[in-house]
Design a protein around this ligand. Structure first.
Ligand code: IPD
Ligand code: CA
Ligand code: CA
Length: 262
């Protein structure tokens, strides 16, 4: 399988879907919102976007299966499975905040081999394939070289339904407010990861995530020279719901703090 050309195809469908989402944002109104669970919203735009993606990728690799947020396809592939978030940042989309993206990863058995994140408002395409490096539009990208936490800009996602670990989370946030340049909550985990990959953020951490939030971004960060772990420093970040992604320099200090507090 030629991973570079598969990645290019995934970029093509991501852009098409991104443009569709952008157009729908202009027509969108509140009656289009459905509530899945506490603070978890969905719209016809998420669902239509996912159908467009599944339809395209199902033809690209006919034997592949899908792990897709809106459940458009539940087909499981023996070897290849796409991990899809058709619209990461739905709450931003609904509130017309221009920070959302399409995120598509490809798993070969348990290994991520392709990752694409397209941010339509900025026309930024982040992509990577296994051992091929990471890119933003036409350019190769790498994580930041900043090695001091006090010079670092960090990203996180605030807990919005699982509040059992809120105290521990707030302790870490408080400590980082004192010890870094600042902490951002953009509202799209995939964009947070893409921004670690291209050096805009030094690190990102969040819990209560799903595989489709992080699949593409985790590969892009790794191919950009960064590191990705779960909250224990292990590799269970895809299905384990917790992630720390960083430019490597921040890993030890963040892990130490998070492990000690959670
Ligand atoms: C959400 C975003 C958000 C993160 C949530 C995700 P959605 O995805 O990535 O930044 O904090 O955990 O669920 O619902 O917009 O696809
Ligand atoms: Ca998501
Ligand atoms: Ca989504």
């Amino acid at each position: 399988m030629n991973l570079k050309s598969i990645t290019q195809e995934v970029c093509t469908i991501s852009k098409e879907v991104g443009i569709f989402i952008l157009e729908e944002c202009k027509k969108f109104n509140v009656s289009d919102i459905e509530i899945k669970s506490q603070n978890s919203l969905v719209t016809y735009v998420d669902k239509t976007a996912e159908k467009m993606i599944v339809n395209f990728l199902g033809k690209l690799i006919p034997e592949s299966g899908f792990i897709a947020e809106e459940g458009t396809s539940v087909k499981k592939g023996d070897v290849y499975n796409w991990v899809i978030d058709p619209l990461d940042g739905t709450t931003n989309f609904i509130h017309a905040i221009p920070c959302y993206c399409v995120s598509i990863g490809l798993l070969k058995n348990d290994e991520l081999i392709v990752g694409v994140i397209y941010e339509p408002n900025r026309d930024e395409m982040f992509y990577a394939w296994k051992n091929g490096g990471a890119y933003l539009n036409e350019n190769s990208i790498s994580v930041s070289k900043t090695n001091k936490l006090s010079d670092s800009l960090l990203a996180t996602g605030f807990p919005y339904y699982d509040y059992r670990r809120l105290e521990a989370y707030m302790d870490i946030l408080k400590w980082l407010m004192h010890n870094s340049r600042g902490v951002r909550r953009i509202g799209s985990a995939a964009i947070d990861l893409a921004y670690v990959a291209c050096g805009r953020f030094e690190a990102f951490y969040e819990y209560s995530l799903n595989p489709w939030d992080v699949a593409a971004g985790a590969l892009i960060v790794k191919e950009a020279g960064g590191s990705v772990t779960d909250f224990q420093g292990g590799k269970n970040y895809l299905f384990g719901s917790e992630i720390i992604a960083s430019n490597k320099y921040m890993e030890a200090e963040l892990l130490d703090k998070i492990k000690g507090s959670f």
